[in-house]
Design a protein around this ligand. Sequence first.
Ligand SMILES: Cc1cc2nc3c(=O)[nH]c(=O)nc-3n(C[C@H](O)[C@H](O)[C@H](O)COP(=O)(O)O)c2cc1C
Length: 209
Amino acid sequence: MRFDLETLDPGMGYKLLAATVVPRPIAWVTTQSAEGAVNCAPFSFFNAMGGNPPIVTLGLLADAARGWKDTPRNILETGEFVVNLVPYRLAEQMNITCVDAPNGVNELELAGLTAAPSAHVRPPRIAESPISFEARVMQTLETGPHQLLVVGQVLAVHVDDDLVKDAARGHIETRKLDLIARGGGADYYREGPTFQMTRPRWADLAPKG
Ligand SMILES: Cc1cc2nc3c(=O)[nH]c(=O)nc-3n(C[C@H](O)[C@H](O)[C@H](O)COP(=O)(O)O)c2cc1C
């Protein structure tokens, strides 16, 4: 079956992508308004997109009722955000922060989370999260009405000490992170079995003789 998205209901594209591009990592994003109000919400249209400089991207979709969500509004206003990652033990608290709260509600307080100061940007990081990326906007692209693609440069990475294997080499205990990821609908993934593959070398694959 083929879905030709330009001729179908506009909600179809989201449904097909969200149900098939899985598992998606979750960025638990903290921002501040120009007036200093702290905001926090999860976003699974998120990934790492560069190493030098280190780049993360966010896909912030329109809110049917409000137009802009608070997160894109704050990012457009201030050019700064923090991505916190979500281990299984914080899943319920992460879920609370996506509540459709009225303007001005601090979702960190609502979920019983602690704001810790960032070093390079004004929005705080979430103290309970084991990994946080302080980021400055490199570019934004309005990809639709009230829909924003954000490209951010990571200025600092905070990692819980017990997850650092070798600080000098930048080696992290990835399997201990126990991060959750988003699936289709209300499904979430938790880290399960892994398998290993090494990159093939042409010297081994090239026809002999
Ligand atoms: C796990 C999870 C992933 C989400 N991913 C996205 C996303 O990628 N893009 C988006 O616009 N909304 C996403 N949402 C919905 C937002 O979190 C929700 O609209 C939130 O209320 C926005 O908050 P804000 O207005 O404070 O920015 C997600 C929600 C959850 C629970």
